[in-house]
Ligand binder design. Structure first.
Ligand code: GLN
Length: 499
């Protein structure tokens, strides 16, 4: 019974809740039980908020009984631990914020709370979302549910792993250079990075403010559409959020994709591309062709520079954003004789090595004498990257590629080689540079691990992305595959009623 409840998508759970076939409390308990059993192996959560979840579930049941339920009332959601919440610590997986308690909710959290969603916990991430494997968490490494010796991807690896493992049907992550799409791909779930400005960033601990977006994870395109609609829209607290109306994404999914033009970028044949991944993605494109879409070669000549440009702009913005962690206002505070020593000790002990690397890179790129050579130049190249997309979208409706050049790699395999780690985002970073929406959809397996198709769309055209992804999902069964976790559940201490 409980295993079945944790396998439901959010939209299936919605139907059962509304028909009173299951209560929000039962649904929540099923997920909390699964979390309790799997967490010793997976480590997807930094904080599990069991008591808060039960209280929200009871309140959801009251709303459902009163006929006042919204789309996500009573649905369990996991939150990346970089989103501020009033009722649980927000750490960014950093020692500098260990135990930090935010005085307010992020806007996305507030919106979900108002809908009556149930928060099961805060998920692990690379420290301040800097990384591609969740290995940069100051606390522990999250495991990939498909193979516990591998990374779940990152930085939103905890959210991706939690959804893949059935610890929650929905989760939120953030994506600055690929941190939703890449872990979604590595864990075999759907993940969407919205257009820059679609979702409020208020209450998201800032990494690179011109690139960061919050977005949904789920096990189906429909669920991603539901969660996207719930978090989108203008917010007076974030001046970069736009005042465009929010479409009913879930209602817009069904569309015949015959005649739709799908761009295949010539420049995406990169070195280090796993041939098995390439073959699997080619099969997915062939499937889209069978569904009537037309594949068109497009050129994005400046994408070659996207990674290098990102590693100027993102660290530059990070170095400015992270200046606020000074031991005075928030989090870790190490008292010393002088203010300078207090800064040095607090930041020296509070930040991990990757965060320090980014602060140094960024400070260097912004320093006088280098500012024009690095930062200004990177901004100009960013404009060229965006223009490439503008031109391509004159010919095509969406652009398809692999989400990542490889499947999930082994824990420890890339930690000593930042460049190899950075290459994991080679296909995802261009969309952030151009502010465009991107979705990662499961499209098969290579070496026994999930492979993911990425679709990038025009600004604020999440609808088309979701339609193509939905058509593909309906025609294939990849999204119904689940990671092999039964053995872990079987030897769990409190086992018994799970089958
Ligand atoms: N992996 C990239 C980085 O380390 C992207 C991270 C992200 O999207 N937050 O910066």
């Amino acid at each position: 019974m409980t295993a079945e409840l944790t396998n439901l998508t959010a939209s299936e759970a919605r139907r059962r809740l509304d028909r009173r076939e299951v209560s929000a409390l039962e649904l929540t308990e099923a997920h909390l039980t699964r979390i309790e059993r799997l967490e010793p192996h997976l480590h997807a959560f930094i904080t599990v908020t069991a008591e808060g979840a039960r209280a929200q579930a009871r309140e959801a049941d009251r709303r459902i009984a009163a006929g006042e339920s919204a789309a996500l009332t009573g649905i369990p959601v996991a939150l990346k631990d970089i989103l501020c919440t009033v009722d649980a610590p927000t750490t960014a997986a950093s020692n500098i914020l260990r135990g930090y308690q935010s005085p307010y909710d992020a806007t996305v959290v507030r919106r979900l709370r108002e809908q009556g969603a149930v928060f099961v916990g805060k998920t692990n991430t690379d420290e301040f979302a800097m990384g591609s494997s969740t290995e940069n968490s100051a606390f522990f490494v999250t495991r990939n549910p498909w193979d516990l010796s591998r990374v779940p991807g990152g930085s939103s690896g905890g959210s991706a792993a939690a959804v893949a493992a059935g610890e929650a049907p929905l989760a939120l992550g953030s994506d600055t250079g690929g941190s939703i799409r890449q872990p979604a791909g590595f864990c075999g779930v759907v993940g969407l990075k919205p257009t820059y400005g679609r979702v409020s960033r208020y209450g998201l601990l800032a990494f690179a403010s011109s690139l960061d977006q919050i977005g949904p994870f789920a096990r189906s395109v429909t669920d991603v559409a539901l969660l996207l609609a719930a978090i989108s829209g203008h917010d007076p607290c974030d001046a970069t959020s736009v005042a465009l109306p929010v479409p009913d994404y879930a209602a817009a999914l069904e569309r015949d994709i015959r005649g739709m033009r799908i761009g295949i970028p010539r420049e995406y044949q990169v070195e280090g591309m796993d041939p098995e991944v390439a073959r699997t993605v080619r099969d997915a494109l062939a499937e889209l062709e069978r569904l009537g879409a037309e594949l068109v070669e497009v050129s994005l000549p400046h994408t070659t520079y996207a990674l290098a440009t990102y590693y100027i702009i993102a660290p530059a913005e990070a170095s400015a954003n992270l200046a606020r962690y000074d031991g005075v206002k928030y989090g870790l505070s190490i008292q010393e004789e002088t203010l300078l020593d207090a800064y040095l000790q607090t930041r020296g002990q509070g930040f991990g090595p990757e965060v320090k690397r980014r602060i140094m890179l960024g400070t260097y790129a912004l320093s006088s004498g280098y500012y024009d050579a690095y930062y200004v130049k990177a901004q100009k190249v960013r404009t060229l990257i965006k223009r490439d997309f503008d031109q391509a979208f004159e010919q095509v409706d969406v652009i398809a590629s692999p989400t990542s050049p490889t499947v999930a790699f082994g824990i420890g395999e890339r930690v000593d080689d930042p460049i190899q780690m950075y290459l994991a985002d080679i296909f995802t970073i261009p969309a952030n540079m151009a502010g465009l929406p991107g979705i990662a959809v499961p499209c098969g397996f290579a070496h026994g691990l999930p492979v993911s198709l990425q679709l990038v769309g025009r600004a604020f055209d999440e609808v088309t992305l979701l339609q193509v992804a939905y058509a593909y999902e309906q025609a294939t069964a990849w999204h119904t595959q689940r990671p092999p976790l039964d053995a872990l559940l079987a030897d769990a201490p409190s086992g018994g009623d799970e089958g």
